[in-house]
Design a protein around this ligand. Sequence first.
Ligand SMILES: CC(C)(COP(=O)(O)OP(=O)(O)OC[C@H]1O[C@@H](n2cnc3c(N)ncnc32)[C@H](O)[C@@H]1OP(=O)(O)O)[C@@H](O)C(=O)NCCC(=O)NCCS
Length: 179
Amino acid sequence: MDNIIDASTLTVRAFVSSDEADVKGLVTVAFGQEIEARLVYRLRHCGALVLELVAVSKDGQVVGHVAFSRVTPADVGPGQGLIICCLAPISVLPEFQRQGVGSAMIKAGLEALKGLGEDLVLVLGPPAYYPRFGFDPALARKVKAPYAGDAFMALALTDAGENDLPVEVGFATPFQEFE
Ligand SMILES: CC(C)(COP(=O)(O)OP(=O)(O)OC[C@H]1O[C@@H](n2cnc3c(N)ncnc32)[C@H](O)[C@@H]1OP(=O)(O)O)[C@@H](O)C(=O)NCCC(=O)NCCS
């Protein structure tokens, strides 16, 4: 995939293997601990990632990262044919936060996922942040998962994602640490 956004100050592009050390460092710094960086590594190397993007500053520094991983619907009920992924984790270097980097990566990611034919995107995160991109806790109440509550949100990218619910889902194995 080529660059999705190429503004004068920020580029959002697909992760490449030479970004691995930068991404490990930035995820660790953004969360103040290593567990999320380990999650990214495990998701990547077990083949669970559907899409992985980085944001690069104009001087070439990797300042942001987002991972979207495969979520598997149970083979029962109306949602069994849905193509589902989840957004997690997302990280921006502290000195670059609140400048639109996270928003740029999420918007670029959702556009790319539409092109890939994904039906539904799930996220677990602050209810004050994700609804601005269309994520909705009410839609997620139709998704039976190890997570629940207003921090668990869903965004349909297709009519099927909106309508072929409820669905029961399982997350990629590396998330078991967080359940
Ligand atoms: C969450 C994060 C990725 C957002 O990226 P960002 O580039 O700072 O976000 P943007 O500049 O696109 O958006 C800024 C807006 O998001 C809000 N926001 C950022 N982090 C938030 C949080 N944890 N809870 C609620 N709102 C948050 C800001 O208040 C700001 O709101 P405003 O536009 O109304 O002023 C970034 O803050 C980060 O890396 N945080 C540490 C890691 C983390 O918590 N990841 C998310 C876990 S789900």
